[in-house]
Design a protein around this ligand. Structure first.
Ligand code: ZN
Length: 343
């Protein structure tokens, strides 16, 4: 199988920027997770900058932005801030940055409204409909208690509310950024309406989390929309990515810039298909989402990771359920068991 090929440019230090392609600066910010960084981009419009993504809400990132604004970005004004999707590592500082720069925010509507609402709602104890979702996945009573005690709606810990107004990005629209033209390509499954930016004249793509070189983006059913089927949307989006030319330089939010978008998209599709096959085989006897974890994840799932992992397992179960390959039954304790229907 063909492999992706990395661009030769190495990442910049925090607070610095390097040109990775014609008129595009690469910026890196730290993240306090196992995934320890995010890539951000500054597009040179000729007489100004467009920033793409902002980093998570942490004081050291604001200091890094100040260093960039006093250094490599200092010669021209920032004309706008584009956020690919509402996850805190991407949207977290948009509220501060747009105000600090007096620049408008550009996002798709679903990302903006979901992101904005998540920064506003908070519960000290998890609401019953949220607890019901985790119970259905088969979490132990001790794990359920942890969810309950932690409360629900911690989004604002890592993301500021975005600005009160925004400019809407739509799938397929052309964005004129000064001297440059980009096209918006929407992908779904990882988040509601994720925007990628494609520069048609050289095929370059700022991919956000829609196409990453090493890791597989999280595709989860979330407690907020417990019957969703995000994996179908994700696989559709990857199938579109698999049409891209091998010459496309992909600028991902995590990892290194690379060539080989189609190769990578196909490898990710194959990874999910493997997992789906595992789930099909396991469900010959009834399974809860939680039962799948040791079979579909290579790494051991520890601590609070179990919540995301349960959501990701549920995404695979729902994909098969929506295609008629699995049925389910809720037991007296509210736990959901999925199985291959008896013929
Ligand atoms: Zn994301």
């Amino acid at each position: 199988m063909r492999k992706i090929r990395y661009h030769e440019q190495q990442p910049p230090a925090v607070g610095e920027a390097v040109e990775v392609a014609e008129s595009i600066l690469w910026i890196r910010m730290p993240l306090p997770f196992i995934l320890d960084h995010i890539n951000l981009w500054a597009i040179d419009e000729g007489d100004g900058w467009t920033l793409v993504d902002t980093g998570i809400k942490m004081p050291n990132l604001q200091r890094a932005w100040e260093k960039l604004l006093a250094g490599p970005l200092s010669q021209k004004p920032v004309r706008r801030v584009i956020v690919t999707h509402m996850h805190p590592d991407h949207m977290g500082l948009a509220g501060w940055l747009c105000e600090r720069l007096n620049a408008p925010l550009y996002m798709t509507a679903e990302e903006y409204f979901v992101g904005r609402s998540l920064t506003l709602g908070r519960w000290d104890k998890a609401p019953p409909e949220i607890m019901a979702f985790f119970k259905r996945t088969g979490l132990s009573l001790a794990e359920q208690e942890l969810v309950d005690k932690a409360g629900y709606g911690h989004f604002a810990d890592t993301s500021l509310p975005p600005p009160a107004a925004f400019c809407r990005l739509r799938d397929g629209m052309t964005l004129n950024l000064g001297a440059q033209t980009f096209q918006v390509k929407v992908g779904r499954g990882h988040s509601p309406e994720h925007a990628c930016l494609i520069r048609p004249h050289d095929g370059l793509m700022i991919s956000g989390d829609q196409l990453l070189p090493k890791i597989s983006s999280n595709i989860s059913v979330h407690a907020m929309e417990p019957e969703a089927d995000p994996l179908a949307e994700w696989l559709d989006s990857l199938a579109e990515m698999a049409q891209l030319s091998d010459d496309t330089l992909v600028l991902p939010a995590h990892g290194l810039p690379f060539y080989g978008a189609a190769v990578r998209a196909k490898a990710l599709i194959a990874e999910h298909e493997d997992r789906l096959n595992t789930v099909r085989a396991l469900c010959r006897t009834p399974q809860r989402a939680i039962d799948l974890l040791p079979h579909i994840f290579k790494r051991e799932v520890v601590g609070r990771q179990i919540l995301l992992a349960a959501g990701e397992a549920t995404a695979h179960l729902h994909y098969l359920r929506e295609r008629g390959e699995l049925t389910f039954e809720d037991d007296a304790d509210g736990v959901r068991w999925f199985s291959v229907p008896s013929s």
